[in-house]
Design a protein around this ligand. Structure first.
Ligand code: CUA
Length: 141
């Protein structure tokens, strides 16, 4: 049975080319500083009410730390890791993805309720794992 399951994983990965969830592109984790987006992780308004957030997870914090947006905004998060596998969970939403070095994970979320949303790392990533968090502050406009 173990060999059958291992075979199925190898087949889906190498033959069918399956990737981590939300995978959109590759990026070199050792050269993030030179990347036009991940070199300066930030949040930008790309259209009225639409934001693009480039986030780098690095043991043991997220960059940028706090993200401020007005309520009713839709944010497209593009997240990658500079070192090891991290998690990216936004408490109170359906966003809960794995951040794998070398891959960009993309996920979109609309924020209609003002308040603070906690971003947590939910993959064990070392001694400081339980400190790894950030916030999204959704402001009343
Ligand atoms: Cu990053 Cu746990």
């Amino acid at each position: 049975m173990l060999l059958a399951f291992l075979g199925a994983i190898a087949y889906s990965g190498f033959v069918m080319g399956w990737q981590p969830p939300g995978h959109s592109e590759h990026v070199d984790p050792a050269r993030l500083a030179e990347d036009p987006h991940f070199g300066q992780p930030s949040v930008k308004e790309v259209a009225p009410g639409r934001y693009e957030a480039y986030v780098v997870a690095r043991a043991w914090s997220f960059h940028p730390g706090d993200i401020r947006i007005p309520k009713g905004s839709t944010v497209s998060f593009r997240v990658t890791s500079a070192d090891v596998t991290h998690g990216f969970e936004i408490v109170g939403t359906n966003v809960n993805v794995m951040i794998v070095p070398g891959f960009v994970t993309q996920v979109e979320q609309r924020f209609d309720q003002p308040g603070q949303y906690l971003i947590l790392c939910n993959e064990y990533c070392g001694a400081g794992h339980h400190f790894m968090q950030a916030r999204i502050i959704v402001e009343e406009d």
